[in-house]
Ligand binder design. Structure first.
Ligand SMILES: [Ca+2]
Length: 572
Protein backbone atom coordinates (compact mmCIF):
# COMPACT_ATOMS: atom_id res chain seq x y z
CA UNK A 1 0.00 0.00 0.00
CA UNK A 2 1.28 3.46 -0.89
CA UNK A 3 1.14 6.02 1.95
CA UNK A 4 -1.11 8.93 1.13
CA UNK A 5 1.60 11.43 1.96
CA UNK A 6 4.10 9.82 -0.39
CA UNK A 7 5.36 12.44 -2.85
CA UNK A 8 4.38 11.80 -6.44
CA UNK A 9 7.71 13.03 -7.66
CA UNK A 10 10.40 10.41 -8.22
CA UNK A 11 12.60 9.21 -5.42
CA UNK A 12 16.25 9.82 -6.11
CA UNK A 13 19.35 9.87 -3.95
CA UNK A 14 20.03 13.50 -3.20
CA UNK A 15 23.55 14.70 -4.04
CA UNK A 16 23.70 16.90 -0.95
CA UNK A 17 23.04 13.89 1.28
CA UNK A 18 25.39 11.41 -0.28
CA UNK A 19 26.37 9.93 3.06
CA UNK A 20 25.10 9.58 6.58
CA UNK A 21 21.71 9.69 8.23
CA UNK A 22 20.11 12.05 5.75
CA UNK A 23 20.75 9.65 2.89
CA UNK A 24 19.38 6.72 4.87
CA UNK A 25 16.25 8.67 5.68
CA UNK A 26 15.82 9.69 2.06
CA UNK A 27 16.13 6.10 0.87
CA UNK A 28 13.77 4.80 3.54
CA UNK A 29 11.15 7.37 2.59
CA UNK A 30 11.44 6.33 -1.04
CA UNK A 31 10.78 2.67 -0.45
CA UNK A 32 14.22 1.62 -1.61
CA UNK A 33 15.45 4.54 -3.64
CA UNK A 34 15.73 4.84 -7.39
CA UNK A 35 13.58 1.81 -8.19
CA UNK A 36 10.43 3.48 -6.86
CA UNK A 37 9.23 5.34 -9.94
CA UNK A 38 5.69 6.71 -10.06
CA UNK A 39 3.01 4.30 -11.28
CA UNK A 40 0.75 5.93 -13.85
CA UNK A 41 -2.93 5.07 -13.75
CA UNK A 42 -4.83 3.03 -16.33
CA UNK A 43 -6.80 4.72 -19.08
CA UNK A 44 -10.58 4.47 -19.11
CA UNK A 45 -12.63 4.62 -22.29
CA UNK A 46 -15.32 7.02 -23.37
CA UNK A 47 -17.80 7.19 -26.28
CA UNK A 48 -17.45 9.64 -29.15
CA UNK A 49 -19.87 12.51 -28.72
CA UNK A 50 -21.85 13.75 -31.73
CA UNK A 51 -21.45 12.91 -35.39
CA UNK A 52 -18.29 12.85 -37.46
CA UNK A 53 -19.54 15.45 -39.92
CA UNK A 54 -20.35 18.04 -37.26
CA UNK A 55 -17.08 17.49 -35.41
CA UNK A 56 -15.05 19.96 -37.53
CA UNK A 57 -17.50 22.72 -36.56
CA UNK A 58 -16.52 22.20 -32.93
CA UNK A 59 -12.77 22.42 -33.65
CA UNK A 60 -12.51 26.09 -34.67
CA UNK A 61 -10.52 26.98 -31.55
CA UNK A 62 -7.51 24.84 -32.46
CA UNK A 63 -4.56 27.23 -32.80
CA UNK A 64 -2.61 27.44 -36.08
CA UNK A 65 -4.86 24.72 -37.48
CA UNK A 66 -7.29 24.49 -40.39
CA UNK A 67 -9.60 21.48 -40.30
CA UNK A 68 -10.21 20.31 -43.87
CA UNK A 69 -12.59 17.40 -43.39
CA UNK A 70 -14.65 15.24 -41.08
CA UNK A 71 -16.38 12.03 -42.13
CA UNK A 72 -17.61 8.67 -40.92
CA UNK A 73 -15.60 5.62 -41.93
CA UNK A 74 -17.90 2.62 -41.87
CA UNK A 75 -16.82 -0.60 -40.22
CA UNK A 76 -14.79 -2.78 -42.57
CA UNK A 77 -13.84 0.06 -44.93
CA UNK A 78 -10.27 -0.41 -43.74
CA UNK A 79 -8.65 -3.75 -43.08
CA UNK A 80 -5.38 -4.02 -41.15
CA UNK A 81 -3.53 -7.14 -40.07
CA UNK A 82 -6.32 -9.10 -41.77
CA UNK A 83 -9.00 -7.65 -39.52
CA UNK A 84 -11.75 -5.12 -40.31
CA UNK A 85 -11.42 -1.76 -38.56
CA UNK A 86 -14.58 -0.78 -36.64
CA UNK A 87 -16.52 2.41 -37.43
CA UNK A 88 -14.61 5.59 -36.62
CA UNK A 89 -14.39 9.30 -37.46
CA UNK A 90 -11.75 10.61 -39.83
CA UNK A 91 -10.68 14.23 -39.28
CA UNK A 92 -8.15 15.86 -41.62
CA UNK A 93 -6.36 19.18 -41.30
CA UNK A 94 -3.28 21.33 -41.77
CA UNK A 95 -1.15 23.25 -39.30
CA UNK A 96 1.17 26.23 -39.79
CA UNK A 97 0.48 26.78 -43.49
CA UNK A 98 3.20 29.05 -44.88
CA UNK A 99 5.29 30.02 -47.89
CA UNK A 100 9.04 29.56 -47.54
CA UNK A 101 11.20 32.67 -47.93
CA UNK A 102 14.11 30.39 -48.89
CA UNK A 103 12.70 28.25 -51.71
CA UNK A 104 9.32 29.93 -52.39
CA UNK A 105 7.40 26.66 -51.91
CA UNK A 106 4.23 26.25 -49.86
CA UNK A 107 4.46 24.18 -46.70
CA UNK A 108 2.11 22.89 -44.01
CA UNK A 109 1.99 20.10 -41.47
CA UNK A 110 -0.81 17.96 -42.88
CA UNK A 111 -2.42 15.36 -40.66
CA UNK A 112 -5.29 12.98 -40.14
CA UNK A 113 -6.81 11.63 -36.95
CA UNK A 114 -8.91 8.51 -36.69
CA UNK A 115 -11.24 8.50 -33.71
CA UNK A 116 -12.90 5.21 -32.70
CA UNK A 117 -16.54 5.23 -31.59
CA UNK A 118 -15.48 2.83 -28.85
CA UNK A 119 -12.43 4.70 -27.57
CA UNK A 120 -10.05 3.15 -25.02
CA UNK A 121 -9.06 6.49 -23.48
CA UNK A 122 -5.62 6.52 -25.14
CA UNK A 123 -3.89 8.61 -27.81
CA UNK A 124 -1.37 7.08 -30.23
CA UNK A 125 0.94 9.26 -32.32
CA UNK A 126 2.01 7.20 -35.31
CA UNK A 127 5.56 7.96 -36.44
CA UNK A 128 5.99 7.28 -40.14
CA UNK A 129 8.96 5.97 -42.07
CA UNK A 130 11.43 7.17 -44.68
CA UNK A 131 11.69 10.94 -45.02
CA UNK A 132 7.99 11.41 -44.19
CA UNK A 133 6.06 13.56 -46.68
CA UNK A 134 2.90 11.45 -46.71
CA UNK A 135 -0.03 11.37 -44.32
CA UNK A 136 0.00 7.60 -43.98
CA UNK A 137 -3.35 6.10 -43.01
CA UNK A 138 -3.62 6.53 -39.24
CA UNK A 139 -4.28 2.92 -38.35
CA UNK A 140 -1.59 3.11 -35.70
CA UNK A 141 0.92 0.76 -37.27
CA UNK A 142 4.17 0.34 -35.39
CA UNK A 143 6.22 -2.20 -37.38
CA UNK A 144 7.23 -5.60 -36.19
CA UNK A 145 5.03 -7.49 -38.62
CA UNK A 146 2.32 -6.96 -36.03
CA UNK A 147 -0.84 -8.88 -35.37
CA UNK A 148 -2.70 -5.67 -34.61
CA UNK A 149 -2.68 -1.88 -35.00
CA UNK A 150 -3.43 0.79 -32.40
CA UNK A 151 -6.70 1.83 -34.09
CA UNK A 152 -7.95 -1.77 -33.84
CA UNK A 153 -7.22 -1.64 -30.12
CA UNK A 154 -9.35 1.48 -29.69
CA UNK A 155 -6.71 4.22 -29.59
CA UNK A 156 -7.35 7.64 -31.14
CA UNK A 157 -4.57 7.77 -33.73
CA UNK A 158 -2.71 10.70 -35.33
CA UNK A 159 -0.57 10.51 -38.48
CA UNK A 160 1.15 13.40 -40.27
CA UNK A 161 3.50 14.23 -43.15
CA UNK A 162 5.86 15.96 -40.66
CA UNK A 163 5.61 19.26 -42.56
CA UNK A 164 6.35 18.60 -46.22
CA UNK A 165 4.98 16.78 -49.27
CA UNK A 166 6.46 13.76 -51.01
CA UNK A 167 5.74 15.49 -54.32
CA UNK A 168 8.79 17.64 -53.65
CA UNK A 169 11.02 14.55 -53.51
CA UNK A 170 13.75 15.43 -51.05
CA UNK A 171 14.21 19.04 -52.24
CA UNK A 172 12.05 20.31 -49.38
CA UNK A 173 15.23 19.96 -47.34
CA UNK A 174 16.33 23.25 -48.90
CA UNK A 175 13.75 24.95 -46.65
CA UNK A 176 15.26 25.30 -43.15
CA UNK A 177 11.93 25.17 -41.30
CA UNK A 178 10.89 22.02 -43.15
CA UNK A 179 14.11 20.41 -41.90
CA UNK A 180 13.27 21.32 -38.31
CA UNK A 181 9.65 20.17 -38.60
CA UNK A 182 10.80 16.82 -40.00
CA UNK A 183 13.45 16.48 -37.31
CA UNK A 184 11.29 17.20 -34.28
CA UNK A 185 9.21 20.35 -34.36
CA UNK A 186 6.18 18.89 -36.16
CA UNK A 187 5.76 16.48 -33.25
CA UNK A 188 5.91 19.38 -30.82
CA UNK A 189 3.27 21.32 -32.78
CA UNK A 190 0.92 18.40 -33.49
CA UNK A 191 0.80 16.90 -30.01
CA UNK A 192 -1.13 19.62 -28.11
CA UNK A 193 -3.45 20.07 -31.10
CA UNK A 194 -4.22 16.34 -31.18
CA UNK A 195 -4.88 16.18 -27.44
CA UNK A 196 -7.21 19.16 -27.71
CA UNK A 197 -9.02 17.50 -30.61
CA UNK A 198 -9.47 14.35 -28.52
CA UNK A 199 -10.83 16.50 -25.68
CA UNK A 200 -13.46 17.97 -27.99
CA UNK A 201 -14.40 14.65 -29.54
CA UNK A 202 -14.76 12.63 -26.33
CA UNK A 203 -15.36 15.23 -23.64
CA UNK A 204 -12.01 14.48 -22.02
CA UNK A 205 -8.40 14.45 -23.12
CA UNK A 206 -6.44 11.22 -23.40
CA UNK A 207 -5.74 9.54 -20.07
CA UNK A 208 -2.56 8.04 -21.50
CA UNK A 209 -0.55 8.97 -24.60
CA UNK A 210 1.80 6.80 -26.66
CA UNK A 211 4.24 7.46 -29.47
CA UNK A 212 5.24 4.59 -31.75
CA UNK A 213 6.83 3.76 -35.06
CA UNK A 214 9.62 1.93 -36.81
CA UNK A 215 12.64 3.18 -38.75
CA UNK A 216 12.27 6.97 -39.03
CA UNK A 217 9.14 6.47 -36.93
CA UNK A 218 11.35 4.84 -34.28
CA UNK A 219 13.65 7.82 -34.57
CA UNK A 220 10.68 10.12 -33.98
CA UNK A 221 9.87 8.11 -30.84
CA UNK A 222 13.45 8.33 -29.55
CA UNK A 223 13.59 12.06 -30.23
CA UNK A 224 10.18 12.61 -28.62
CA UNK A 225 11.31 10.76 -25.48
CA UNK A 226 14.19 13.22 -25.15
CA UNK A 227 12.54 16.43 -26.36
CA UNK A 228 8.90 15.94 -25.27
CA UNK A 229 9.21 13.77 -22.15
CA UNK A 230 6.11 15.34 -20.57
CA UNK A 231 3.82 14.65 -23.54
CA UNK A 232 3.82 10.86 -23.79
CA UNK A 233 3.59 8.03 -21.27
CA UNK A 234 4.96 5.30 -23.50
CA UNK A 235 7.51 5.44 -26.30
CA UNK A 236 7.73 2.51 -28.74
CA UNK A 237 10.82 2.71 -30.95
CA UNK A 238 11.33 0.08 -33.66
CA UNK A 239 14.67 0.02 -35.51
CA UNK A 240 15.27 3.56 -34.31
CA UNK A 241 17.45 5.37 -36.83
CA UNK A 242 18.35 7.92 -34.21
CA UNK A 243 21.69 8.55 -35.96
CA UNK A 244 19.98 8.67 -39.33
CA UNK A 245 22.34 11.21 -41.02
CA UNK A 246 25.37 9.11 -40.06
CA UNK A 247 23.67 5.90 -41.23
CA UNK A 248 22.86 7.50 -44.60
CA UNK A 249 26.46 8.67 -45.13
CA UNK A 250 27.77 5.22 -44.15
CA UNK A 251 25.42 3.60 -46.67
CA UNK A 252 26.76 5.94 -49.35
CA UNK A 253 30.31 4.92 -48.36
CA UNK A 254 29.26 1.28 -48.69
CA UNK A 255 27.93 1.90 -52.22
CA UNK A 256 31.22 3.52 -53.23
CA UNK A 257 33.03 0.33 -52.24
CA UNK A 258 30.47 -2.08 -53.70
CA UNK A 259 30.47 -0.39 -57.12
CA UNK A 260 34.12 -1.44 -57.50
CA UNK A 261 33.07 -5.12 -57.57
CA UNK A 262 29.81 -4.78 -59.54
CA UNK A 263 29.91 -6.87 -62.72
CA UNK A 264 27.45 -4.37 -64.22
CA UNK A 265 28.38 -0.82 -63.15
CA UNK A 266 24.82 0.28 -63.90
CA UNK A 267 23.43 -2.29 -61.44
CA UNK A 268 24.89 -2.07 -57.94
CA UNK A 269 23.22 -5.35 -56.88
CA UNK A 270 25.64 -7.26 -59.13
CA UNK A 271 28.34 -6.48 -56.56
CA UNK A 272 26.91 -8.95 -54.06
CA UNK A 273 24.32 -11.25 -55.61
CA UNK A 274 21.38 -12.98 -53.94
CA UNK A 275 23.29 -16.26 -54.02
CA UNK A 276 26.40 -14.64 -52.53
CA UNK A 277 24.42 -12.98 -49.75
CA UNK A 278 22.71 -16.31 -48.98
CA UNK A 279 26.15 -17.92 -48.91
CA UNK A 280 27.34 -15.40 -46.33
CA UNK A 281 24.37 -16.13 -44.06
CA UNK A 282 24.75 -19.89 -44.47
CA UNK A 283 28.40 -19.58 -43.39
CA UNK A 284 27.37 -17.43 -40.41
CA UNK A 285 24.85 -20.10 -39.41
CA UNK A 286 27.45 -22.84 -39.78
CA UNK A 287 29.69 -21.01 -37.33
CA UNK A 288 27.12 -19.49 -34.95
CA UNK A 289 23.74 -21.27 -34.99
CA UNK A 290 24.58 -23.80 -32.26
CA UNK A 291 26.15 -21.23 -29.91
CA UNK A 292 22.72 -20.67 -28.26
CA UNK A 293 22.15 -24.40 -27.70
CA UNK A 294 19.77 -24.98 -30.64
CA UNK A 295 20.62 -25.57 -34.28
CA UNK A 296 17.44 -23.95 -35.51
CA UNK A 297 18.38 -21.42 -38.18
CA UNK A 298 18.56 -18.54 -35.70
CA UNK A 299 21.62 -16.91 -34.14
CA UNK A 300 20.42 -15.80 -30.73
CA UNK A 301 23.85 -15.18 -29.21
CA UNK A 302 24.91 -12.48 -31.64
CA UNK A 303 27.72 -11.30 -29.36
CA UNK A 304 29.39 -14.73 -29.32
CA UNK A 305 28.84 -14.97 -33.07
CA UNK A 306 30.74 -11.77 -33.82
CA UNK A 307 33.69 -13.13 -31.89
CA UNK A 308 33.52 -16.50 -33.65
CA UNK A 309 32.83 -15.54 -37.27
CA UNK A 310 35.32 -14.17 -39.79
CA UNK A 311 34.38 -13.35 -43.38
CA UNK A 312 38.04 -13.84 -44.33
CA UNK A 313 38.27 -17.36 -42.92
CA UNK A 314 34.72 -18.71 -42.89
CA UNK A 315 33.64 -17.84 -46.44
CA UNK A 316 35.44 -19.56 -49.32
CA UNK A 317 37.51 -17.25 -51.50
CA UNK A 318 36.94 -17.74 -55.21
CA UNK A 319 39.85 -19.31 -57.05
CA UNK A 320 38.11 -18.79 -60.39
CA UNK A 321 35.01 -17.01 -61.59
CA UNK A 322 32.29 -15.93 -59.15
CA UNK A 323 29.53 -18.56 -59.15
CA UNK A 324 27.70 -17.97 -55.88
CA UNK A 325 29.69 -20.55 -53.92
CA UNK A 326 32.48 -18.12 -52.94
CA UNK A 327 33.36 -14.44 -52.63
CA UNK A 328 36.28 -12.98 -54.55
CA UNK A 329 39.09 -11.42 -52.53
CA UNK A 330 38.08 -8.02 -53.91
CA UNK A 331 34.48 -8.63 -52.80
CA UNK A 332 35.59 -9.46 -49.28
CA UNK A 333 37.57 -6.21 -49.19
CA UNK A 334 34.52 -4.28 -50.40
CA UNK A 335 31.96 -6.02 -48.18
CA UNK A 336 33.77 -6.49 -44.86
CA UNK A 337 33.63 -2.78 -43.92
CA UNK A 338 29.83 -2.91 -44.11
CA UNK A 339 30.10 -5.05 -40.99
CA UNK A 340 33.14 -3.58 -39.24
CA UNK A 341 31.79 -0.11 -40.09
CA UNK A 342 32.77 2.47 -42.70
CA UNK A 343 35.60 4.75 -41.61
CA UNK A 344 36.65 8.27 -42.48
CA UNK A 345 40.12 8.84 -43.94
CA UNK A 346 41.35 9.47 -40.40
CA UNK A 347 39.96 6.15 -39.16
CA UNK A 348 36.84 7.38 -37.36
CA UNK A 349 33.58 5.41 -37.56
CA UNK A 350 31.15 7.16 -39.88
CA UNK A 351 28.23 5.38 -38.17
CA UNK A 352 28.48 1.89 -36.66
CA UNK A 353 29.41 -1.73 -37.11
CA UNK A 354 26.70 -4.17 -38.22
CA UNK A 355 26.57 -7.77 -36.91
CA UNK A 356 26.90 -10.87 -39.06
CA UNK A 357 23.59 -12.72 -38.88
CA UNK A 358 21.34 -15.20 -40.67
CA UNK A 359 19.30 -12.70 -42.69
CA UNK A 360 21.66 -11.18 -45.26
CA UNK A 361 20.13 -13.22 -48.07
CA UNK A 362 16.59 -11.98 -47.47
CA UNK A 363 14.77 -10.13 -50.23
CA UNK A 364 14.41 -6.88 -48.30
CA UNK A 365 18.15 -6.44 -47.86
CA UNK A 366 18.71 -5.55 -51.53
CA UNK A 367 16.71 -2.33 -51.28
CA UNK A 368 18.75 -1.00 -48.37
CA UNK A 369 22.12 -2.16 -49.69
CA UNK A 370 21.83 -1.29 -53.38
CA UNK A 371 18.85 0.98 -54.08
CA UNK A 372 18.76 3.22 -51.02
CA UNK A 373 22.30 4.64 -51.25
CA UNK A 374 21.73 5.89 -54.79
CA UNK A 375 18.04 6.80 -54.68
CA UNK A 376 17.19 7.60 -51.05
CA UNK A 377 20.31 8.38 -49.01
CA UNK A 378 21.51 10.64 -51.84
CA UNK A 379 18.53 12.97 -51.48
CA UNK A 380 18.37 12.63 -47.72
CA UNK A 381 22.01 13.65 -47.31
CA UNK A 382 22.21 15.96 -50.35
CA UNK A 383 19.07 17.97 -49.60
CA UNK A 384 18.03 17.41 -46.01
CA UNK A 385 20.95 16.57 -43.69
CA UNK A 386 23.93 18.53 -44.96
CA UNK A 387 24.74 22.20 -44.81
CA UNK A 388 24.68 23.69 -47.33
CA UNK A 389 22.25 21.50 -49.33
CA UNK A 390 22.77 20.56 -52.96
CA UNK A 391 20.69 22.27 -55.65
CA UNK A 392 17.14 20.98 -56.24
CA UNK A 393 18.09 19.12 -59.44
CA UNK A 394 20.38 16.68 -57.64
CA UNK A 395 21.37 13.53 -59.58
CA UNK A 396 21.20 10.88 -56.87
CA UNK A 397 23.54 8.13 -58.17
CA UNK A 398 26.14 10.63 -59.39
CA UNK A 399 26.04 12.48 -56.07
CA UNK A 400 26.44 9.32 -53.94
CA UNK A 401 29.12 7.66 -56.05
CA UNK A 402 31.10 10.90 -56.40
CA UNK A 403 30.82 12.29 -52.87
CA UNK A 404 33.77 12.69 -50.53
CA UNK A 405 32.82 10.88 -47.32
CA UNK A 406 34.93 13.10 -45.05
CA UNK A 407 33.19 16.14 -46.52
CA UNK A 408 29.72 14.65 -45.95
CA UNK A 409 30.59 13.79 -42.35
CA UNK A 410 31.60 17.42 -41.78
CA UNK A 411 28.51 18.74 -43.57
CA UNK A 412 25.95 16.77 -41.53
CA UNK A 413 27.46 18.49 -38.48
CA UNK A 414 27.69 21.93 -40.08
CA UNK A 415 25.54 25.07 -39.76
CA UNK A 416 25.46 28.47 -41.47
CA UNK A 417 23.38 31.64 -41.30
CA UNK A 418 20.43 30.03 -43.11
CA UNK A 419 20.63 26.52 -41.64
CA UNK A 420 21.18 27.22 -37.96
CA UNK A 421 20.80 23.60 -36.81
CA UNK A 422 22.95 20.81 -38.24
CA UNK A 423 21.47 17.59 -39.57
CA UNK A 424 22.82 15.72 -36.58
CA UNK A 425 21.23 18.30 -34.28
CA UNK A 426 17.68 18.33 -35.64
CA UNK A 427 17.49 14.61 -36.45
CA UNK A 428 18.83 13.08 -33.25
CA UNK A 429 17.97 13.21 -29.55
CA UNK A 430 19.94 16.08 -27.98
CA UNK A 431 21.41 13.81 -25.32
CA UNK A 432 20.27 10.25 -26.13
CA UNK A 433 21.13 8.64 -22.80
CA UNK A 434 19.59 11.42 -20.71
CA UNK A 435 15.97 10.31 -20.42
CA UNK A 436 15.56 11.30 -16.80
CA UNK A 437 12.55 13.54 -17.41
CA UNK A 438 10.42 10.77 -18.93
CA UNK A 439 11.74 8.15 -16.52
CA UNK A 440 11.03 10.18 -13.42
CA UNK A 441 7.40 10.82 -14.28
CA UNK A 442 6.71 7.12 -14.75
CA UNK A 443 6.86 6.92 -18.54
CA UNK A 444 8.34 3.81 -20.20
CA UNK A 445 10.25 3.08 -23.39
CA UNK A 446 10.26 -0.16 -25.37
CA UNK A 447 12.76 -0.59 -28.21
CA UNK A 448 13.11 -3.44 -30.70
CA UNK A 449 15.56 -3.90 -33.56
CA UNK A 450 16.18 -6.63 -36.17
CA UNK A 451 19.67 -8.10 -35.98
CA UNK A 452 19.84 -8.41 -39.81
CA UNK A 453 18.74 -4.80 -40.36
CA UNK A 454 20.92 -3.48 -43.20
CA UNK A 455 20.30 0.27 -42.84
CA UNK A 456 20.13 1.01 -39.10
CA UNK A 457 22.44 -1.14 -37.03
CA UNK A 458 21.31 -3.08 -33.98
CA UNK A 459 24.87 -2.49 -32.75
CA UNK A 460 24.21 1.25 -32.66
CA UNK A 461 21.03 0.68 -30.66
CA UNK A 462 22.89 -1.66 -28.29
CA UNK A 463 25.62 0.94 -27.81
CA UNK A 464 22.95 3.52 -26.96
CA UNK A 465 21.30 1.14 -24.50
CA UNK A 466 24.65 0.36 -22.87
CA UNK A 467 25.08 4.11 -22.41
CA UNK A 468 21.58 4.42 -20.99
CA UNK A 469 22.36 1.68 -18.49
CA UNK A 470 25.61 3.38 -17.50
CA UNK A 471 23.79 6.68 -17.05
CA UNK A 472 21.30 4.99 -14.69
CA UNK A 473 23.60 3.22 -12.30
CA UNK A 474 24.10 0.19 -14.54
CA UNK A 475 20.43 -0.71 -14.98
CA UNK A 476 17.78 1.06 -17.06
CA UNK A 477 15.30 -1.82 -17.04
CA UNK A 478 12.87 -0.05 -14.71
CA UNK A 479 11.95 2.39 -17.51
CA UNK A 480 13.52 1.28 -20.82
CA UNK A 481 13.92 -2.17 -22.35
CA UNK A 482 15.49 -3.20 -25.64
CA UNK A 483 14.63 -6.37 -27.55
CA UNK A 484 16.74 -7.74 -30.39
CA UNK A 485 15.01 -9.78 -33.10
CA UNK A 486 17.47 -12.32 -34.59
CA UNK A 487 17.25 -12.77 -38.36
CA UNK A 488 14.84 -9.86 -38.82
CA UNK A 489 15.60 -7.19 -41.39
CA UNK A 490 14.49 -3.58 -41.30
CA UNK A 491 11.30 -3.48 -39.16
CA UNK A 492 10.03 -6.86 -40.43
CA UNK A 493 10.89 -9.76 -42.72
CA UNK A 494 13.91 -12.02 -42.91
CA UNK A 495 14.27 -15.57 -41.55
CA UNK A 496 12.76 -14.49 -38.23
CA UNK A 497 9.88 -14.66 -35.82
CA UNK A 498 8.88 -11.10 -36.67
CA UNK A 499 5.22 -11.03 -35.56
CA UNK A 500 4.70 -9.59 -32.11
CA UNK A 501 2.73 -6.89 -30.26
CA UNK A 502 5.08 -4.57 -28.40
CA UNK A 503 2.34 -1.94 -27.97
CA UNK A 504 0.19 -4.12 -25.70
CA UNK A 505 3.33 -4.96 -23.71
CA UNK A 506 4.17 -1.28 -23.38
CA UNK A 507 0.63 -0.37 -22.24
CA UNK A 508 0.71 -3.11 -19.58
CA UNK A 509 4.04 -1.76 -18.36
CA UNK A 510 2.96 1.90 -18.28
CA UNK A 511 -0.50 1.40 -16.82
CA UNK A 512 -0.20 -1.77 -14.74
CA UNK A 513 3.48 -1.78 -13.82
CA UNK A 514 3.87 -5.13 -15.56
CA UNK A 515 7.35 -4.91 -17.06
CA UNK A 516 7.93 -7.08 -20.17
CA UNK A 517 10.24 -9.93 -19.17
CA UNK A 518 10.07 -11.20 -22.75
CA UNK A 519 7.94 -10.73 -25.85
CA UNK A 520 6.52 -13.76 -27.60
CA UNK A 521 7.08 -13.53 -31.34
CA UNK A 522 5.66 -15.80 -34.02
CA UNK A 523 6.75 -16.63 -37.53
CA UNK A 524 4.51 -15.41 -40.32
CA UNK A 525 4.30 -18.77 -42.04
CA UNK A 526 1.48 -19.67 -44.47
CA UNK A 527 -1.82 -19.54 -42.61
CA UNK A 528 -0.30 -17.94 -39.53
CA UNK A 529 -0.46 -14.32 -40.69
CA UNK A 530 -2.42 -11.93 -42.86
CA UNK A 531 0.70 -11.55 -45.02
CA UNK A 532 3.03 -14.55 -45.07
CA UNK A 533 6.78 -13.94 -44.85
CA UNK A 534 8.48 -15.32 -47.96
CA UNK A 535 11.89 -15.25 -46.26
CA UNK A 536 11.08 -18.09 -43.85
CA UNK A 537 13.25 -21.22 -44.28
CA UNK A 538 11.40 -24.26 -45.58
CA UNK A 539 12.07 -26.33 -42.47
CA UNK A 540 10.37 -24.01 -40.02
CA UNK A 541 6.89 -24.61 -38.65
CA UNK A 542 4.54 -21.95 -40.02
CA UNK A 543 3.66 -20.96 -36.46
CA UNK A 544 7.12 -21.18 -34.86
CA UNK A 545 7.42 -19.00 -31.77
CA UNK A 546 10.39 -17.57 -29.90
CA UNK A 547 10.85 -15.32 -26.92
CA UNK A 548 12.36 -11.95 -27.74
CA UNK A 549 14.63 -11.25 -24.80
CA UNK A 550 15.50 -7.99 -23.05
CA UNK A 551 19.06 -7.00 -23.89
CA UNK A 552 21.61 -8.16 -22.93
CA UNK A 553 19.97 -11.57 -22.37
CA UNK A 554 19.47 -13.96 -25.29
CA UNK A 555 17.03 -16.82 -25.92
CA UNK A 556 18.83 -20.07 -25.10
CA UNK A 557 17.46 -23.56 -25.64
CA UNK A 558 16.45 -25.32 -22.43
CA UNK A 559 17.88 -28.61 -23.75
CA UNK A 560 14.52 -30.29 -24.28
CA UNK A 561 11.22 -29.50 -25.94
CA UNK A 562 10.16 -28.55 -29.45
CA UNK A 563 12.44 -26.25 -31.43
CA UNK A 564 9.29 -24.64 -32.81
CA UNK A 565 7.98 -23.52 -29.41
CA UNK A 566 8.99 -20.46 -27.38
CA UNK A 567 8.40 -22.50 -24.21
CA UNK A 568 11.58 -24.46 -24.97
CA UNK A 569 13.72 -21.32 -24.63
CA UNK A 570 14.71 -19.07 -21.75
CA UNK A 571 16.09 -15.53 -21.70
CA UNK A 572 19.54 -15.86 -20.17
CA1 LIG B 1 20.42 -21.24 -32.88
Amino acid sequence: MIPLDMPDRPCRPTPWAAAGALALLALAGCGGGDGALPQLGAATGAPLSGTCTELPGRLSALANTRITGGSTVAAGTLTVAGQPVPEHCLVTGMMFERTSAVDGQNYAISFEMRLPRAWNGRFFHQGNGGIDGNVSTATGSFGGGPTTHALLQGFAVLSSDAGHRAAQGSAWGIDPQARLDYGYQAVGKLTPMAKSLVQTAYGKGPDRSYFGGCSNGGRHAMVAAARYPDQYDGYLAGAPGFNLPKAAVANIASAQRLITVATDPANLSTSFTVAERALLSSRVLARCDALDGATDGLVQDTGACQAAFSIANDVPTCSGARDGSCLSAAQKTAIAPRFSGSLTSSGQQVYSSFPYDSGHGAAGIAFWMFTAPLALDSGAVGHIFKTPPEAANLNGPAFSLGANIDTLVAQINATNATYTESGMSFMTPPDPTNLGAMKNRGAKMLVYHGVSDAIFSVDDTARWYDGLRAANGGDASNFARFFRVPGMGHCSGGPATDQFDPLSALVAWVEQGSAPERLIAAARGPGNAAAANADLPAGWAANRTRPLCPYPTVARYNGSGSLEDAASFSCR
